[in-house]
Ligand binder design. Structure first.
Ligand SMILES: [Zn+2]
Length: 247
């Protein structure tokens, strides 16, 4: 994975301001993988998105991945420090077209599009129900037809046991969709599994880097009258050298 250029990073920061985190992640991948159609990116399994976002993050910002999680018991912020490369190496991307078979029915893995579609679910149980409905592959459809008739499938309610089994099997087949960190609160001793939100970490880093780039553009444009595009096209070393000259 190639790192985002300064111009791409600023474009991502600009366009991502008003987007939902799922869209931000897809926007970043669309910049990094121009050969992939945006629609195809949205249809890939959630874990595929997370693995590639982590790869892009590592390429752009380096392997050190620092963050923090709030202790669910006492609220204290606990910092964590990870090696993004080690994390990436341990995360399998789901195989394409993987299927879960229960009896005569089949399901595919949830995609970014599915994740976005269940955002307005009234509660977590309904969200799982909607997700399972969306991912069910319509019976009698030839081959791997991914189209699902939502209205039709809503009528055939899945039992809580089946929903639970499908949820567990989806998680097992796509572990990168839900990355957990074993955390230990040094204040109260509470032990828990924190969700590692790659997209949130990446967006925070993008925001910090974008502010630095804008500051550089402001100073160099003020001093030399250069255009933003020309300043962003400079290598980081040249930008830093000119910035040091204007003091
Ligand atoms: Zn605590």
């Amino acid at each position: 994975m190639r790192p985002l250029s300064a111009a791409q990073l600023l474009a991502l920061w600009d366009a991502g301001q008003t987007r939902h985190p799922i869209d931000r992640a897809l926007l970043a991948l669309a910049l990094a993988m121009p050969e992939q159609a945006p629609d195809e990116l949205a249809d890939r399994p959630v874990g595929w998105r997370e693995v590639n976002l982590l790869a892009l993050r590592n390429a752009t910002f380096g392997h050190a991945l620092d963050g923090y999680a709030a202790c669910p018991s006492c609220g204290a912020l606990m910092e964590f420090s990870l090696d993004g490369k080690v994390l990436l190496d341990g995360l399998p991307a789901p195989a394409p077209d993987v299927r879960i078979v229960v009896g005569t029915q089949q399901w595919r893995l949830p995609s970014s599009r599915d994740q976005a579609a269940i955002l307005d679910a009234p509660d977590p149980d309904t969200a799982v129900e909607w997700l399972v409905d969306r991912c069910r592959i319509a019976e009698n459809s030839p081959g791997n037809d991914l189209t699902v008739n939502r209205k039709k499938s809503q009528k055939s309610k899945s039992s809580p046991a089946l929903l639970g089994e499908l949820e567990a099997r989806m998680e097992a087949l796509d572990p990168a969709a839900d990355i957990r960190l074993a955390m230990n609160c040094t204040d109260c001793g509470h032990v828990w599994d924190a969700v590692l939100d790659i997209g949130a970490c990446f967006w925070e880093e993008v925001t910090t880097r974008a502010r630095q780039l804008l500051e550089s553009v402001h100073r160099l444009a003020s001093a030399y009258g250069w255009r933003e595009a020309d300043i962003l096209a400079l290598s980081p070393a040249r930008r830093a050298a000119y910035l040091s000259m204007i003091g």
